[in-house]
Design a binder for this molecule. Structure first.
Ligand code: PLP
Length: 379
C-alpha cells in the first residue's frame, strides 16, 4: 500500500533527537528551528519526559478515557496555576482542530446561535468546523461551506461590531498570533475592544492558542499580552511535546451537561503523563521566560538584508518576510547549514523552535542565516 501524499515533508529521516538537535540516518546533525510544526516545547527526548512516559507505559499503558483517571485532575490543577486560569475548567482531547471544534460546539450550545466570525488569514485546523473558520479556500470542500461563517479583517473592530450587532453570532474565533497566515499580531486595542463587544452582544470569544500558546510568545498564552480573558481557550501542539494532546479551557460561565462533548482517546494515561511532565518542566526550567529572552535576542540580532521585507514575532514565534519566494533559501539552510525552518505562504520563513533554545543555539542559526543571505544577495 502507498501513502496518500497530500503534504510536503523535509527530505530527512531522523534517527535520534535531543534538545534542539536532530540526527539523520547518516549521523548528520541538524538544528531544529521549527519543532515539527511547533510541538516541541521542552526539547526532544527530555530525560524527565522519557522517564515519565516509560514509567507510565509500564504502569497502565495505553488505556483510553473510560475510567476515573486522577492524572487529568493533576494536569488541570497544574495548568490552572501555570496559565493563571485556576477558575476555568479543562476539557481534554487530542489535537488543535479537535479543540477548536469542541470550542465552537460549546459556543453554539451556550448561545443557541450558529454563525461564527473568523478572520482573514486565519488557520484553525483541518476538521470540518475548523476548516470552515480557516481563511484558505484551497483547503475547503463543499461540505465545509455548509457552515455559517463570516470573515472579518484583523484589527477592523467596526467590521466585527457590525456583524455581532446582528445578534446571531455564537462565537468569534481568533488566534493569539496568526501562525500559518504569516505571524500577524493583533493590536492590543483591537483585542480589548473585541473582548468588550463580545461581552455586550453575548458572543463567545474563543482564543485559538494552539500555536501561540504554551509559553511560546513569552507569556503562557499570547492573548495575555493584550490583558484580556477569553471565554474559551484552545490548546494542543506544545502541550505534549509531540505526544498528541489537546484541550479547551472553559470559563466558569459554561455549565457542563452529560453528553455535551465526548472523546475516546482524550485525557488517556500516556497523554496525561506527557502533559503533566511538560507542565512541570516548563515551570521548573522557566521556559516561558527563556522563550522571551531568546526570542528577543533573535529579533534584535536578525541580519538586515535588502531581501527581507519585515521581521515580525514575539518570543519564539518569529516570521521573516521576504520580498520574494523563500523556497531556495530554506532549502540551502536545510541541505548546507543543516537547519530546519518552517514557512508561511511563499515568502515567509517561520521559526518555532523548542522553548529550550539557548543563546548559543540562536547564534548558530543567526550565523548560518547571515551566510546564506549573503550568498543570495550576491546572486
Ligand atoms: N490552530 C492553529 C492556530 C494551528 O496553527 C493549528 C495547526 O497548525 C491548528 C489549529 C490545528 O492543529 P492540529 O494540526 O493539531 O489539528
Amino acid at each position: 500500500m502507498k501513502l496518500f501524499e497530500v503534504y510536503s515533508l523535509f527530505n530527512v529521516t531522523p534517527e535520534k533527537a535531543r534538545g534542539c538537535h536532530i540526527w539523520d540516518e547518516y549521523g548528520t546533525e541538524y538544528l531544529d528551528m521549527y519543532g515539527g510544526h511547533a510541538v516541541i516545547s521542552v526539547g526532544h527526548s527530555h530525560p524527565l519526559y522519557v522517564e515519565a512516559l516509560t514509567r507510565q507505559i509500564n504502569r497502565i499503558g495505553f488505556y483510553s478515557n473510560s475510567v476515573h483517571n486522577p492524572l487529568q485532575e493533576e494536569l488541570a490543577k497544574k495548568l490552572g496555576q501555570l496559565s493563571g486560569y485556576d477558575d476555568y475548567s479543562l476539557f481534554l482531547d487530542n489535537s488543535g482542530a479537535e479543540s477548536n471544534e469542541n470550542a465552537l460546539k460549546l459556543a453554539s450550545f451556550h448561545t443557541e446561535r450558529n454563525r461564527v466570525v473568523a478572520f482573514r488569514k486565519s488557520f484553525h485546523g483541518r476538521t470540518s468546523g475548523a476548516v470552515a473558520v480557516t481563511d484558505n479556500p484551497t483547503i475547503q470542500s463543499p461540505f465545509n461551506a455548509l457552515h455559517n461563517v463570516t470573515f472579518c479583517q484583523l484589527n477592523d473592530i467596526k467590521g466585527v461590531e457590525d456583524e455581532l450587532k446582528k445578534g446571531d453570532v455564537c462565537a468569534v474565533i481568533i488566534e493569539g498570533i496568526q501562525g500559518c497566515g504569516g505571524i500577524n499580531i493583533p493590536e492590543k486595542e483591537f483585542m480589548q475592544a473585541l473582548e468588550q463587544i463580545c461581552r455586550q452582544t453575548g458572543t463567545v470569544l474563543i482564543l485559538d492558542e494552539v500555536q501561540s500558546g504554551y509559553g511560546r510568545t513569552g507569556k503562557f498564552f499570547a492573548h495575555q499580552w493584550y490583558d484580556i480573558r477569553p471565554d474559551l481557550i484552545t490548546m494542543a501542539k506544545g502541550m505534549g511535546n509531540g505526544f498528541p494532546v489537546g484541550g479547551v479551557l472553559i470559563s466558569p460561565e459554561f455549565k457542563a451537561t452529560r453528553g455535551m462533548l465526548g472523546t475516546t482517546f482524550g485525557g488517556n494515561y500516556l497523554a496525561m503523563e506527557a502533559a503533566i511532565t511538560v507542565a512541570d518542566i516548563i515551570r521548573e526550567a522557566r521556559l516561558v521566560d527563556n522563550a522571551l529572552r531568546v526570542g528577543e535576542y533573535l529579533m534584535e540580532e536578525m541580519p538586515t538584508s535588502p531581501l527581507i521585507k519585515e521581521v515580525r514575532g514575539r518570543g519564539l514565534m518569529i516570521g521573516i518576510e521576504f520580498h520574494s519566494p523563500i523556497a531556495e533559501i530554506r532549502e540551502k539552510l536545510l541541505s548546507e547549514e543543516h537547519i530546519f525552518t518552517g514557512v508561511a505562504g511563499q515568502n515567509m520563513i517561520r521559526l518555532l523552535p523548542p522553548l529550550t533554545l539557548t543563546l548559543d543555539e540562536a547564534d548558530v542559526f543567526l550565523n548560518s542565516f547571515r551566510k546564506v543571505l549573503q550568498e543570495f544577495e550576491n546572486k
